[in-house]
Design a protein around this ligand. Structure first.
Ligand SMILES: Cc1ncc(COP(=O)(O)O)c(C=O)c1O
Length: 416
C-alpha cells in the first residue's frame, strides 16, 4: 500500500474541516502590524485572538532592539547547538536574568516552548517513573508523555480528590519499580482561563512523594505582583520543582525557558534532546528577549493596562449575562449553547457584521452542545474596544437565544 493512500480516507481530526474552514476559520490571514485592529480579508477587524498580553509585540522600543540586534548579528549566529558551538554570553545572561526573575537558582533556554516541554518530560522520567497529569494538559505535555515508557495517570481537570487517588496508585507502583512520581499541571489553562490548583497540589506533597512540573505559558508576565507567574500569584513558586514558560505570549517573541535547581538545569542541558540536537536561538531572539524581560520587570504599566482591559471586559460581559466559566486570568472564554454549525455561524456573524475577530472552540475541546468563543485581552486594547465588544456579544447572545443561527443560512463559508 502507498503510505499516502490513507490520506484519501482521513485528513485527521482537524484536517477533516479543511475544505469548509481553510482561509477563514483555519489559517486566516491577519494582515498589517500587530495591534488591536488588523486587516482580515481586506477589512479592518477588532482582534481578540493574539496572546500579545502586554502589548510588547509591536512596541517601538522592542522593535528597535529587535532591528538593531538583527542588523548587528544577522539571524545565523550562533551556529550549531548550544553544547557544540552555539553558546554565547548573551544566552547565559538571559538565563540568569530569567532565573532570578522567577526565583529559581537556574534556567535554560528552549528554542520553542512546545518542543522544550516535550523534551523536559522525556529527559526527567524513565520507565520506572509515573506521570500524573491534568486532563486539560496542553498538547506539548501530552506529546512529552507519549515518549514515556512508564505508567501515566490522568486526573479530571483540577479534581483534587482524583489526583489523590492517582497519587495513591502511582505511589504503589513506584514502590515496586523504584521510580519516582512527576505531577504535571498548567499555571493558567489557556482555553478556560482558570488556574491549576497549585496550592492544593503543593499541599499534597506533605502526603505523597512527588515532583511538580508547571507549564506557565499563560501565567508568565500576566500573573503575580511582579509578573513572575502563577506560582508567585498563589504564593507557591518555591514548591514548583520545574517551572516552564514560553516567550510566545506575554514576551511576544519565540522560544521559552525552563527554571529549576542548578542540578536539574545542568542535567537538562546535557539531556534535553530538543536542545542538544538542535540549533541555538539566534541572537536577535536572545537580545530581543532581554529587552522584553527588562520591560516586563521595570515597566509595570503594561501589566496594569492589561488588567484594566481584562477587568472591564470580564465584568461587562458578565453584567450582560454572558457565561465566562471559571476564568481567573486574562483568558476570557465566552460559552454559549449550540453545536459546531451554530458556532461557526456566530463567529462568521461577529467577523462579517460586527468586525470582531476572535477564535472559536467547539467539540471535542469543549463538551458537545457548547460553543466557546475565546477572547484574549491585551494592553493594546482600549476601553472603547471593550465597550463595543460587550455590546456586540450581548447582541450575539440575543440572536442565539432567538434561533438566528439555527437555520444554517449563514453556514456558507467565505473561504478563498
Ligand atoms: C500551555 C502552553 N504550553 C506550551 C505552549 C507552546 O509554546 P510555544 O508556542 O513556545 O511552542 C503553548 C502555546 O503556544 C501553550 O499554550
Amino acid at each position: 500500500m502507498d503510505i499516502f493512500s490513507k490520506i484519501d480516507n482521513s485528513f485527521g481530526p482537524l484536517g477533516k474541516y479543511m475544505e469548509r474552514a481553510h482561509g477563514y476559520y483555519a489559517f486566516p490571514k491577519l494582515e498589517g502590524q500587530i495591534s488591536n485592529k488588523m486587516m482580515f480579508m481586506g477589512k479592518e477587524k477588532l482582534v481578540w485572538s493574539l496572546n500579545n498580553y502586554l502589548g510588547l509585540g509591536n512596541h517601538p522600543e522592542v522593535r528597535k532592539v529587535d532591528a538593531e540586534a538583527t542588523e548587528e548579528w544577522g539571524l545565523a549566529y550562533p551556529m550549531g547547538a548550544r553544547m557544540m558551538s552555539g553558546q554565547t554570553k548573551y544566552h547565559e545572561e538571559l538565563e540568569n536574568k530569567l532565573a532570578a526573575f522567577v526565583n529559581k537558582p537556574a534556567a535554560y533556554l528552549l528554542n520553542y516552548g512546545y518542543q522544550g516541554m516535550v523534551s523536559i518530560i522525556n529527559s526527567l522520567v524513565d520507565r520506572h517513573d509515573v506521570i500524573v497529569y491534568d486532563s486539560e494538559a496542553h498538547a506539548c505535555i501530552i506529546d512529552g508523555m507519549r515518549l514515556h515508557f512508564g505508567k501515566r495517570f490522568v486526573y479530571p481537570h483540577n479534581n483534587m480528590e482524583n489526583l489523590k487517588k492517582e497519587l495513591e496508585r502511582a505511589t504503589k507502583i513506584v514502590k515496586k519499580t523504584g521510580g519516582g512520581i512527576m505531577v504535571i499541571t498548567e499555571g493558567v489553562y489557556g482555553m478556560t482561563g482558570d488556574m491549576g490548583k497549585l496550592k492544593e497540589i503543593v499541599e499534597l506533597k506533605k502526603q505523597y512523594n512527588f515532583r511538580l512540573l508547571v507549564d506557565d505559558a499563560h501565567g508568565f508576565g500576566t500573573m503575580g505582583d511582579s509578573g513572575a507567574g502563577t506560582g508567585e500569584h498563589l504564593g507557591v513558586q518555591d514548591d514548583i520543582d520545574v517551572y516552564f514558560a514560553t516567550f510566545a505570549k506575554a514576551m511576544a517573541g519565540i522560544g521559552g525557558f525552563v527554571a529549576s535547581s542548578r542540578k536539574v538545569i545542568d542535567f537538562l542541558m546535557y539531556n534535553m534532546r530538543s536542545q542538544v540536537y538542535a540549533k541555538s536561538l539566534p541572537m536577535p531572539m536572545v537580545i530581543g528577549s532581554l529587552k522584553r524581560l527588562e520591560m516586563l520587570q521595570n515597566e509595570p504599566e503594561h501589566k496594569a493596562k492589561l488588567w484594566t482591559i481584562v477587568n472591564a471586559l470580564q465584568t461587562g460581559l458578565k453584567e450582560k449575562g454572558l457565561n465566562l466559566g471559571n476564568t481567573e486570568s486574562p483568558v476570557t472564554p465566552v460559552y454559549f449553547e449550540g453545536g459546531v454549525s451554530e458556532g461557526t455561524q456566530v463567529t462568521k456573524d461577529l467577523r462579517e457584521n460586527y468586525n470582531i475577530f476572535c477564535s472559536i472552540v467547539t467539540y471535542p475541546v469543549v463538551s458537545k452542545g457548547t460553543i466557546m468563543l475565546r477572547l484574549i485581552p491585551t494592553a493594546m486594547h482600549t476601553l472603547e474596544d471593550v465597550e463595543y465588544t460587550i455590546e456586540s456579544f450581548s447582541a450575539i447572545k440575543k440572536n442565539l437565544d432567538n434561533g438566528k443561527y439555527s437555520d444554517g443560512k449563514m453556514a456558507e463559508m467565505t473561504a478563498k
